[in-house]
Design a protein around this ligand. Structure first.
Ligand code: T4K
Length: 406
């Protein structure tokens, strides 16, 4: 545990961690069980195309979430695309800019303009009032994102979608096993989409799903996922290859068996971070509502420069020097990325910009121990205690490296 300024790596001390700590280090479930399943798959010689593991996985996810249909896909972005196509979205879709770029890309890829509306900086999710203001005659849907697994204002967005006759989709890439007012997410709006990417607390290596209670949508998504095939030689619609393979489903089934353990580990980590950062001025941990079910997969800080004496980016450099690969999810906001900043005039999104300048995601999951977390929190506390010296050092380094401001 570092206790003096000189020990900080940014001031010349040795890095606290020999191996880098990653934000998205995958959780690996029971290897023996996974390899048994891989063995079964090889023996069966059925590797993809709606195989038995995929069917079992879909059934288990649907049952867990209490939703009628789960259509598993090769990734979350493709699941978004199937929902977009399957629901016939067009024109404009209202979406937050404070999200991973895939949320908007999936729309733009299909010639639909993502219209960015601001988020509520307290919740980090789409502000319903701002979403409603963005409705135009071209709007076909609202696409809300349950950022960090904290649910959007589901009821308010549902009412707006109904009032304007819009489709409502939720990007639940972060929100597997999280609830809204006690009901697990996955059955709200016309559809929700999940990501099971390796960096998610629960993963299938690569994977995703459309979950919905809409029978027609599920049927269309299934068809489109497999080139539109309805039989050996019958193609009913335009389709794509969006299938989940058996290896990924085997990983998913194995990890599902340990879902509760993974969540407990995340909760343990969250509790340690909370304790470790409780008395650090200007550095606050984004909290989760204890009345809701939550996967606790993201540990997110907000850095208030005025109180901490450090900017978020200063802290990022301090941590990187210690071999902690913290991430600025979701900087700078999708509306300030290409192609959106060039293609469309972008509105000022003060809530999004305020957040994008302050947030920092930290490592969690099974690969990080309570001792690691204590050491990491100690580094943050030390940097804030000596904010002026740390800041001066960071600025000198930036100037020496030729980029005075990021
Ligand atoms: N909607 C939302 C709201 C999303 O957050 C995402 C994905 C999507 C939609 C789309 O879902 P998918 O189509 O991806 O299923 C990562 C993930 O790749 C991405 O899935 C995730 N969101 C996003 C928040 O994080 P990057 O570009 O930051 O990944 P990368 O390569 O920088 O990796 C993150 C960290 O994890 C690194 O420090 C390396 C470490 N890592 C990564 C992998 C893959 C490992 O240690 N081992 C690994 O196997 O996007």
């Amino acid at each position: 545990m570092k206790t003096t300024l000189a020990e900080l790596a940014i001031l010349g001390g040795p890095p606290a961690f020999v191996e880098p700590l990653h934000v998205g280090r995958p959780n690996i479930g029971d290897r023996t069980r996974f390899l048994e399943r891989v063995g079964e798959m090889l023996d069966r010689r059925w590797l993809t195309n709606d195989g038995p593991f995929v069917k079992e996985f879909e059934g288990r996810v649907a049952a867990l979430l209490g939703v009628r249909h789960c259509v598993a896909t090769c990734n979350g972005t493709l699941a978004l695309e199937l929902a977009i196509r399957g629901l016939g979205l067009r024109g404009e879709v209202i979406v937050p800019s404070f999200t991973f770029v895939a949320t908007a890309h999936a729309l733009q890829w299909h010639g639909i303009r993502p219209v960015f509306a601001d988020v509520d900086p307290r919740t980090h999710t789409l502000d319903p009032e701002q979403a409603e203001r963005a409705v135009t005659p071209q709007t076909s849907a609202i696409l809300g994102v349950h950022v960090w697994g904290r649910p959007c204002a589901v009821d308010a967005l549902t009412a707006i979608a109904k009032a304007h006759r819009l489709r409502l989709v939720f990007d639940s890439a972060h929100a597997f096993a999280c609830s809204y007012q006690g009901t697990l997410l996955g059955r709200f709006g016309d559809a929700e989409i999940l990501s099971f990417h390796a960096t998610k607390f629960f993963h299938t290596v690569e994977g995703g799903a459309v979950v919905t209670n809409d029978e027609d949508l599920a049927q269309r998504a299934r068809l489109m996922r497999n080139f539109g095939f309805a039989g050996y030689d019958t193609v009913l619609t335009l389709g794509i290859n969006g299938k989940m393979n058996e290896m990924c489903a085997a990983m998913g089934l194995t990890n599902l068996e340990q879902l509760d353990d993974i969540i407990s580990t995340n909760l343990r980590n969250y509790t340690h971070y909370r304790r470790g950062l409780a008395n650090v001025p200007g550095v606050s941990l984004v909290t989760y509502d204890p009345r809701e079910r939550c996967n606790y997969q993201y540990i997110v800080l907000e850095v208030d420069e005025g109180r901490a004496g450090l900017e978020r980016d200063d802290l990022l450099e301090v941590l990187r020097a210690e071999n902690v690969l913290a991430r600025r999810y979701f900087y700078p906001g999708v509306h300030r990325m290409e192609p959106y900043r060039t293609l469309y005039p972008q509105p000022a999104l003060p809530g999004t910009q305020w957040l994008a300048a302050r947030v920092l995601s930290l490592p969690t999951g099974a690969s990080i121990s309570p001792d690691d977390i204590n050491a990491l929190c100690g580094i943050i506390a030390l940097a804030v205690t000596h904010a002026a010296e740390v800041r001066a050092t960071v600025q000198r380094r930036r100037t020496a490296m030729g980029h005075p401001a990021d």
